[in-house]
Design a protein around this ligand. Structure first.
Ligand code: GAL
Length: 668
């Protein structure tokens, strides 16, 4: 993938010829070299079953190619046309409450319905035949953000097939693993097993967990059959699908998905304005790089000039300069593209107020000027495409642990997965340390420290892997309410964290969730919220104890040497200051250095490395005052040399091709 790809979703089917002609000129001005075409265009390509209208797409691809623009060609299968539902009513999705949805938005299909899968393959196959060999075709973009969940009878049948494979076609095994003896749920025939549909009271948590695993696999099967079909026609064209980065929920097990795409491509919409948005950016980018096994990845969508604040019902403005700085932020953490939803803002449709590279007000705007400047910046950065980020530490990402802890009937609904991970990731970032994400079952030996903030579910394999990691010299931090259930969602008996008792050198015997407004004081001035635990130290050193409440005097935070490594346990949710102090000690013991020692929390610094030894230092000054960095190299954005000192104004970015691999920083 040469250079940094620049562009976005392009919808020629929505515009008349004079606008398309203007697009050509504006794309040239903006330095756009990449367009994603055809997402959601099914009705424009197949207005009636079996009647195809490819003319507009032929023209678009030819035109883009003539303008030197590569095409990421989408299969339009995320939005079946209006004729689809009436022809196949059984292929429209059904919610847990049994209500079948109608056409009228997008993503309205059941991925387990044979009619949907056939229709999707048919249109994908037509595109493959028609555009195989087209010189503009650079990558297949299958579908868009797989995620629709269905509970219909097709889904139920497919769920049973999946369960039979997973549980050795043995209903007794399923009954045991789901502990169906509780509440008279013992199944005597496979046909009785259903998706977790609306029911009288709490569902069976093991059934819910298996259904979530199944549905991720079901959507993945819908993707891989399109991928395989496309590969048969165009073996040399890479295939991917754009996944949505986790916000408040996550339907896909992205570790499994990442193995099936040629490159991981994500859509990332910041969840906050200001510094919190930038923390979210770093979190999302580090996550995506990790899913792509450290290789450069594709930022397939972001917004140019808005930030969606869903909880407030506000589409906030992204301030001037932020689009550029944030785009550099993604590149710093391993992206090789800056792509947007969307090229041109459309006047109608559900997203009529979404931002674009060419806004409603046209090219004579602040937004389009910034788009043009960003295009010029990215051309100056082409040399770093293909380089990678090297992280010394990892945060564990395990969607099954998330699915389990998000279930109903747990001791607290306030102990949430994503905030726990974000808090640790943000603390590492403030300490100047770049983190990967990793799965508990993978080999973790290359990381100096591993953070497991929320592993309520920890599988047997994950348990063994963490044991090996610490025994072999790793540093592990385990958050509260961890190691409580196994991969079946059955509680581990005998105290927690289950199979890690001797590794952590403690034993938790009781959970004491905190209610709204409740806090616990810890020694050393720390404050715990949301959760507390009664635990005994069994060989572990007590780093902090509870100072008030029913646990006064009992251990709260511990450290235990095990094998050649050590494990920390935190039995509550620490305040940010206390967490930073704990992490600081842990990182020092693990020998982890910040990316730019001495830089301070206002400066964000991340390095990309090429195999030939070259490196590029991305720095952003998030502070209100200027700062000076002791570095040597050339700032690719301005072309200026820094011979020992780089001055960075408040809010400014630099991308330094470094003279020396170990540049050092001095504070402001
Ligand atoms: C993405 C989606 C785009 C567009 C965008 C709006 O999730 O892929 O098609 O809807 O959100 O923010």
């Amino acid at each position: 993938m040469p250079g940094i790809w620049y562009g976005g979703d392009y919808n020629p089917e929505q515009w008349p010829p004079d606008v398309l002609a203007q697009d050509d000129e504006l794309m040239r001005r903006a330095g756009v070299d990449t367009a994603t075409v055809g997402v959601f265009a099914w009705a424009s390509l197949e207005p009636e079953p079996g009647r195809y209208t490819f003319g507009w797409l032929d023209d678009a691809l030819d035109r883009l190619h003539a303008n030197g623009i590569r095409v990421l060609l989408a299969t339009p299968t995320a939005s079946p046309p209006p004729w689809f539902g009436p022809a196949h009513p059984d292929a429209l999705p059904v919610g847990p409450d049994g209500v079948r949805l109608s056409h009228g938005s997008r993503d309205t299909y059941c991925a387990a319905a044979p009619a949907y899968r056939r229709a999707a393959l048919r249109i994908a196959g037509r595109l493959a035949v028609r555009y195989a060999g087209h010189p503009a075709l650079a990558l297949w973009h299958v579908h868009n953000e797989y995620g629709t969940v269905c509970h219909c009878d097709h889904a139920a049948a497919a769920f049973r097939t999946w369960l039979r494979a997973r549980h050795h076609d043995d209903l007794d095994e399923l009954n045991a693993k789901w502990h169906t003896a509780f509440w008279s749920q013992g199944y005597s025939r496979w046909e009785q097993v259903l998706p977790p549909r609306a029911t009288q009271y709490l569902p069976n948590p093991a059934q819910v967990l298996d259904f979530r695993r199944f549905w991720s696999d079901q959507l993945l099967a819908a993707f891989t059959e399109q991928r395989d079909l496309l590969r048969r026609h165009t073996p040399d064209v890479p295939v991917t699908t754009n996944v949505m980065l986790p916000s408040d929920h996550q339907t896909l097990d992205l570790w499994r998905w990442a193995r099936e795409v040629d490159v991981v491509a994500v859509d990332h919409y910041l969840n906050a304005t200001g510094p919190a948005g930038r923390a979210d950016l770093a979190f999302g980018a580090d996550l995506t790089r990790s899913f792509n096994a450290g290789r450069p990845w594709l930022l397939m969508e972001q917004a140019t000039s808005v930030i969606y604040l869903y909880e407030q019902g506000v589409i906030a403005a992204r301030p001037p300069g932020r689009m550029r700085s944030d785009s550099l932020g993604y590149l710093a953490r391993g992206a090789d593209s800056v792509l947007f939803f969307q090229w041109r803002a459309g006047p109608g449709g559900a997203e009529l107020h979404h931002s674009a590279m060419v806004p409603h007000a046209g090219p004579d705007t602040r937004v389009f000027r910034e788009v043009t400047e960003l295009g010029a910046d990215l051309r100056r950065l082409g040399e770093l495409a293909g380089s990678t980020v090297r992280a010394q530490v990892a945060v564990l990402w395990d969607v099954e642990a998330w699915w389990a802890v998000a279930g109903r009937g747990l001791p607290s609904s306030r102990l949430r997965y994503l905030p726990a991970l974000r808090q640790v990731h943000a603390a590492l970032r403030r300490a100047g340390v770049v983190a990967d994400f990793a799965h508990p079952e993978q080999d973790l030996a290359r990381y100096r420290a591993v953070f497991a903030p929320s592993q309520y579910l920890l599988s047997d394999l994950g348990t063994q892997s963490l044991r090996r990691y610490v025994a072999g010299g790793g540093r592990l931090l385990l958050g509260c309410f961890s190691g409580v259930v196994d991969q079946r969602h059955l509680v581990r008996r005998g105290g927690w964290p289950g199979g890690l008792l001797d590794v952590v050198g403690i034993r938790v015997e009781e959970h004491l969730p905190l209610v709204d407004g409740e806090r616990v004081a810890l020694s050393g001035g720390a404050v715990g919220t949301l959760w507390s635990e009664l635990l005994q130290a069994r060989g572990a050193q007590v780093l902090a104890d509870y100072r008030d409440g029913p646990l006064a005097g009992a251990p709260a935070v511990t450290r235990h040497a095990f094998g050649a490594g050590a494990a920390w346990y935190v039995s509550t949710v620490l305040d940010d200051v206390a967490l930073a102090a704990l992490l600081g000690d842990l990182l020092a013991q693990a020998g982890v250095q910040p990316e730019l020692p001495g830089a301070g929390p206002q400066l964000e610094a991340v390095r990309r490395h090429a195999a030939d030894g070259r490196s590029w230092l991305f720095v952003t000054n998030h502070g209100d005052t200027g700062c000076e960095l002791a570095v040597r190299g050339v700032d690719l954005l301005t072309g200026t040399r820094a011979d020992g000192v780089l001055r960075l104004a408040p809010g400014a970015d630099a991308v330094l091709r470094e003279d020396l691999p170990t540049a050092r920083a001095a504070g402001a």
